[in-house]
Design a protein around this ligand. Structure first.
Ligand code: IMP
Ligand code: MG
Length: 206
């Protein structure tokens, strides 16, 4: 990762040679290289967490008597799920399922099955916790599978949403951040398996 700082104080000697320079303690550019691609800072963790806080407050108010079960979709949603659940204060359960649907930088129609749901969701209010809704293909497939298990109600909480890329008729109940259709990494989202551990969100440089 590169951090560039803006110089704000210079001193020259009598021959005009720079001999002193203090750097302002402000980051003006942050970027990260993952494999063959360069990404620039897009959304800082403070802003992400502020948005998650707002989503959690809505969930706490809406679902306070529902005893919901949160179903987080691995791998992408692990960081969002952790930050969200730290702020959800109503009685609830959380569980994690896995599916894979994405390769490289473009979404595919090829969505795999939900794996690892051991709890019964019949008659329950479930909240799907997802990292991002892009075309909506993954979410549509998830909804179909969860609906077949006869829950009382399904709600969707997504950290990110790309409204311009949406191709399915899906209603998202809780969205922390709406973004344009750029490819991003960080905060759980990956490029070819890397970048999930970044604390901020970065956008692919064109
Ligand atoms: P969808 O099926 O097109 O809505 O894509 C959903 C899945 O694709 C998400 O759960 C992510 O795993 C992945 N995805 C979509 N956009 C991005 C992105 O910008 N960066 C990383 N992964 C993404
Ligand atoms: Mg995902």
């Amino acid at each position: 990762m590169q951090l560039s700082k803006k110089p704000f104080f210079f001193l020259w000697n009598e021959r005009g040679k720079l001999y002193f320079c203090i750097f302002q303690n402000t980051t003006i550019m942050k970027s990260v290289t993952i494999k063959d691609k360069e990404f620039g800072i897009f959304i800082e963790s403070k802003e992400i967490e502020r948005s998650i806080e707002q989503v959690s407050q809505k969930i706490n108010a809406d679902l306070k008597d529902q005893n919901p079960i949160f179903v987080a979709i691995l791998n992408g949603a692990f960081m969002f799920a952790a930050e969200l659940m730290k702020r959800v204060s109503i009685p609830c359960e959380i569980t994690f399922v896995r599916l894979a649907s994405y390769r490289g930088t473009s979404s595919t129609e090829n969505v795999k099955e939900v794996l690892g749901l051991n709890e019964s969701i019949e008659g329950r209010t479930i909240v799907i916790v997802e990292d991002i809704v892009d075309t909506g293909n993954t979410m549509a497939a998830l909804l179909k599978q969860f609906e077949a298990m006869n829950p009382k109600e399904i709600r969707i909480a997504s950290l990110l949403f790309k409204p311009e890329a949406l191709k399915k008729d899906i209603k998202l109940d809780y969205v922390a951040l709406e973004i344009p259709s750029d490819f991003i990494v960080g905060y759980g989202l990956d490029y070819d398996g890397y970048g999930r551990n970044l604390n901020d969100i970065y956008k692919l440089k064109s």
